[in-house]
Design a protein around this ligand. Structure first.
Ligand code: ADP
Length: 761
């Protein structure tokens, strides 16, 4: 109860109490004054009349006792007279004490005067009788009797007077009682009116206070963000707040409970219309117990479907459920967030699982197959990993997986129908652009009526994601779905992208691992080559030293013996060996320069045809047992380069051609120009190079496996140095060869655009 009501009630109670007490006090006072008045009337006249009568009788007694004495002269009459006198005095004292009115006092005074008049006569009569003077006594007696006779009846008068007075008093009292009754009636009426007024004031105040409370409660309910509905004992909706109306999209007041699911469009999770008995209000009405947080869906008139959570609280009165307060709120957003979180958690799990699974092995074949499997299981029906060739724009299928093994062939057919080249077709475009592509019903858009677009082949969605790391584009991940339930959409795209990212990382890791293994193998090969080189180098250097020493010693002996011709021959051989040695040393020096970046190239214009003819000529002179064929144009094309180094290049190729071809065979030198570049080739008909060694001939320390150091000297450095020199001239070198048939080395260098003056120089 509110404090204002309590205050009003208490003040009304206090007011009524004061009123009642006042009324009672008033009544009591009136009654008291009334009874006082009555007792005064009764008590006041009784003793007075008695006393006056006694006075009157005492006078009579005085006269009769005096007469008795006169006649009989008996002393008891004398005594009787004295008693009467005493009685009179006593009664007189009493009467004077009681008399209040003037008339009463006058009556008493008259009686006293009468007594005073008679007493001398009776006293004298007794004296005369005592003296025997009877006549005189008789005379006195007659006088006394005469006085008495003449005197009025004072006691009677007083009694009459008293009767009159009593009558008058009775009338006054009756009149007063009437007045009092009237007053009481008026007072009571006043009390009743005041009480009625107070009650009406209290009622008004209570009504106001209750109205205020109701208004406040209504405002509160109206302002509540939750829907509030009041259902009566029969299950009829009697109130619904604005938020509730908005949530339900309608205000159906008065709808009975069994019609509520229908008219409010209430559904359960699966989309079925709710059974009225499932309604929280119905349950609360039936059981009298609160029902909390029942989730349901409202199919609103605007066809929006929102999720609500509804609770019902029964209202009990004397152990009877008289109604239910139903509260409900929109939980669409909360459910969406919960579902989103659930999805996120599942995604995180899928990603974590997939990441861990991809990373659990580094074999590239295993990794790509694992990716296809995991992706197809997580999204879509089948998946394929397409990888780009590092050298060309070719794409190859590294792995493919279908959730149903029997349908794997269909997936293969689909992929092989695509042009597997970067930039071409849907897959090639994703690899070229790096942007994912998501198509719905891709088969449906095709108009070709072939077998692959049969019902089984038809895809509901096709997602192609780039497989890319920070360093490079690896290829693409294809995710396809037949089943519309597993169709890919924009919501699934982020998960697919993260999976593709993880897949790319796993592929890169596997690749890096393979590269690492390869690099380690190369390092091992290199160290093996170095070991071999050391043994070859020591052999190659020791061999000429031994022969130089041998031939010079022989020459020395022959000079002593004066065989100068033979000794000169031996010294030539020693000089040849020295040349060979110095060549080897120069090669080693060049390698060291290349490795340390100190291979300097000087630039000067060189008329190429002339230059080639000169170099070949010098070699031809040195090696006479080979047939050199020159096919050099007679033009004045110029290259800008280091004359010594380029001679080293050509010389090296010519030496190899001589070294690896049989005596007397042909060696062809050809110069041609093509698109601003001059291409020079040296061809022999020698032992040739095995095809698997072709791309190793330019590596350091590489020596062909059929080239033993006993037959063919060398350190495997010439072609390496040659390639480095060519590349430093902005050129390229390549080889074509057939084992046992011969070898052609080609190198191209840019033609210099020389001013006319320089050309003629
Ligand atoms: P070297 O000749 O000193 O061994 P090179 O670097 O010049 O070193 O040559 C490397 C290897 O290439 C040779 O060992 C040989 O196996 C092969 N080779 C080079 N030129 C020819 C050629 N004209 N014919 C056949 N094999 C050749």
């Amino acid at each position: 109860m509110s404090s204002s009501i309590r205050r009003t009630l208490w003040s009304a109670f206090a007011f009524l109490t004061v009123l009642v007490i006042t009324g009672l006090a008033l009544n009591l006072a009136v009654l008291q004054s009334e009874s006082r008045q009555e007792s005064r009337v009764v008590r006041g006249y009784g003793p007075l009349i008695e006393a006056t009568q006694t006075m009157d009788e005492s006078i009579g007694e005085m006269i009769s006792s005096a007469r008795g004495y006169t006649i009989s002269r008996r002393s008891e009459f004398q005594q009787q007279h004295a008693d009467a006198v005493r009685e009179f005095k006593k009664a007189r004292a009493t009467a004077e004490g009681v008399a209040s009115s003037v008339s009463d006092q006058t009556t008493i005074r008259r009686l006293v005067e009468l007594y005073n008049d008679i007493l001398p006569h009776t006293s004298a009569q007794i004296e005369f009788a005592d003296q025997g003077r009877l006549a005189e006594a008789q005379e006195e007696m007659s006088s006394a009797a005469a006085i008495r006779r003449k005197a009025p009846d004072y006691a009677g008068m007083l009694a009459d007077n008293e009767r009159r007075l009593q009558l008058a008093a009775g009338e006054t009292l009756a009149a007063r009682r009437q007045w009092l009754t009237l007053l009481l009636i008026v007072t009571s009426l006043g009390v009743i009116i005041v009480a009625a007024y107070a009650v009406s004031r209290i009622e008004q105040s209570l009504v106001r206070s209750i109205n205020r409370q109701v208004h406040r409660t209504q405002e509160m309910i109206a302002g509540m963000p939750d829907g509030v509905m009041l259902v009566d004992g029969e299950g009829r909706v009697i109130f619904i707040n604005p938020a509730g109306q908005q949530l339900l999209g309608r205000s159906a007041i008065g709808v009975p409970i069994e019609q509520q699911p229908e008219s409010y469009g209430l559904e359960v999770e699966g989309g079925r219309t709710m059974d009225p008995r499932e309604l929280p209000a119905a349950q609360a009405l039936a059981t009298g117990k609160p029902v909390r947080d029942t989730t349901m869906f409202v199919r609103r008139e605007d066809d929006k479907r929102i999720a609500i959570s509804m609770s019902a609280m029964p209202l009990q009165e004397e152990n009877r459920t008289t109604g239910v307060i139903v509260t409900f709120r929109d939980i669409t957003e909360r459910r969406r967030l919960e579902e989103e979180m659930q999805l996120q958690a599942e995604r995180a799990q899928t990603i974590a699982d997939a990441g861990a699974f991809f990373a659990s092995n580094i074999d590239p074949v295993w990794v790509t197959q694992a990716i296809a499997e995991r992706v197809a299981e997580a999204l879509g029906d089948w998946a394929a990993v397409i990888l780009k060739s590092p050298e060309s724009s070719e794409l190859r299928v590294a792995a493919i997986y279908h959730r149903e093994m029997a349908s794997l062939g269909l997936a293969w057919s689909y992929i092989y129908r695509q042009p597997l080249t970067v930039g071409e077709g849907i897959i090639g475009q994703v690899v070229a652009s790096g942007y994912p592509s998501l198509t719905s019903n891709p088969s449906g858009t095709s108009s070709s009526p072939d077998a692959y677009h049969s019902v089984q082949m038809r895809l509901s969605s096709l997602l192609i994601l780039p497989l890319r790391t920070r360093r490079e584009m690896l290829g693409a991940l294809v995710v396809a779905a037949h089943d519309p339930e597993r169709q890919m959409n924009d919501q699934k795209l982020p998960l697919a992208e993260v999976l593709a990212e993880r897949a790319a990382l796993a592929i890169e890791n596997a690749k890096l691992y393979t590269e690492q293994v390869e690099a380690r193998r190369k390092v091992e090969d290199l160290s093996r080559l170095k070991d071999e080189f050391l043994s070859i180098a020591s052999h190659e250097l020791r061999t000429p030293v031994t022969s130089i020493k041998g031939y010079t010693q022989l020459a020395k002996t022959l000079i002593k013996e004066n065989d100068l011709a033979t000794s000169e021959e031996y010294l030539d051989v020693a000089l040849d060996q020295i040349d060979r040695m110095s060549r080897l040393i120069l090669e080693l020096l060049d390698v060291s320069r290349i490795e340390t970046g100190r291979l300097d190239i000087r630039r000067e214009p060189i008329q190429w045809s002339t230059f080639v003819r000169d170099v070949v000529h010098r070699h031809h002179t040195a090696v006479s047992d080979r047939r050199f064929h020159l096919d050099v144009p007679d033009d004045d094309k110029v290259v800008n380069g280091d004359r010594d180094r380029l001679e080293q290049v050509l010389g090296n190729l010519l030496e190899n051609a001589v070294k690896y071809s049989p005596d007397g065979s042909d060696i062809m030198v050809h110069v041609d120009s093509d698109d601003g570049r001059i291409v020079t080739s040296v061809r022999d008909r020698g032992i040739g190079i095995p095809s698997d060694e072709l791309n190793q001939v330019f590596e350091r320390f590489h020596r062909g496996r059929q080239v033993s150091s006993t037959n063919y000297g060398g350190l495997g450095l010439g072609l390496y140095i040659t390639k480095q020199i060519i590349e430093r001239h902005g050129g390229t070198i390549w080889v074509e060869s057939r084992e046992g048939q011969g070898t052609s080395f080609y190198f191209s260098i840019p033609e210099a655009l020389m001013p006319a003056a320089a050309k003629t120089a």
